[in-house]
Design a protein around this ligand. Structure first.
Ligand code: ATP
Length: 242
């Protein structure tokens, strides 16, 4: 059972409170959750519910007001900025809504780019990027630039680029926000398959219940609180901690 395994992400009593003038906004208002290795989890909620804040905390992009965030055995809330940069480089991959591809580079070069910062040789970079593009079904588009590809193809390049470093955890913020519903479903199925095959952990935030349902488990967030966890694998519902 998943519950017996060590979680790769654990959040305890997490709060993020923003001050806006005289007011306090409780973006996260006491969150507890566990995510296990190999899971595809989605965090779903309406605009302003706290999804992006949650993802930023889990990825070490922002500091909490209170609480613990333990990712890959490390306490993020205790880290300095420099330690967080190192943590992200070593453990985390990102898939963005806007793809963030470089227009002057072709698909292989875009996918190989993160490896440049790792000091990987050119030959090895190209080989790895080439393999990743095969994995995401873009074997025929390797020398295409972003403006010579469809939105779905561009996002598949984005997925390949996030995975080329073989990160333990991948974070995706509305990864198909710019795509039509059929293409979105295709990208979801692709992410689902790859994460399963490679036993990676994927955390996605979205406002879209249908897209969220592609995940193994779905965390519903309202006003900075997880109100329900759906388990798609056995279709039962559970409340965290029970
Ligand atoms: N830097 C900030 N300063 C003040 N308030 C903030 C800040 N960032 C977020 N908030 C507030 O915190 C709450 C949660 O915001 P968050 O961006 O996490 O929501 P979200 O669910 O991702 O929404 P969306 O789907 O619209 O992106 C909102 O009320 C928002 O106004």
């Amino acid at each position: 059972m998943a519950e017996k395994r060590e979680p790769v992400i654990q959040v305890k009593n997490l709060y993020k409170i923003y001050r806006v003038g005289e007011n306090k906004v409780r973006a996260l208002n006491g969150v507890d959750l566990k995510i296990y290795k190999g899971e595809f989890c989605s965090i779903v909620g309406t605009s302003g519910s706290g999804k992006s804040t949650m993802l930023n905390m889990l990825a070490g992009l922002e500091k909490p007001t209170k609480g613990e965030i333990i990712v890959a055995g490390e306490h993020l809330e205790k880290m300095s900025e420099n330690q967080l940069v190192k943590f992200r480089r070593e453990h985390v991959g990102f898939i963005f809504q806007s793809f963030n591809l470089l227009g002057t580079m072709d698909a292989v070069e875009n996918v190989a780019l993160p490896l440049v910062f790792r000091g990987v040789s050119k030959k090895e970079r190209m080989e790895k990027a080439d393999k990743m593009l095969d994995l995401v079904g873009l074997s025929k588009h390797k020398d295409h630039r972003p403006n010579e590809m469809s939105g779905g193809q561009q996002q598949r390049v984005g997925v390949a680029r996030a995975l080329v470093l073989d990160p333990e955890i991948i974070f995706a913020d509305e990864p198909t926000g710019n795509l039509d519903s059929n293409t979105s479903a295709e990208v979801m199925r692709l992410m689902q398959r790859i994460v399963r095959e490679r036993n990676q952990t994927l955390v996605m935030v979205t406002h879209d219940n249908h897209l969220a349902s592609f995940a193994d488990r779905i965390f519903h967030i309202i006003d900075g609180k997880i109100v329900k966890i759906e388990d798609n694998r056995n279709k039962s519902e559970q409340i965290e901690g029970e």
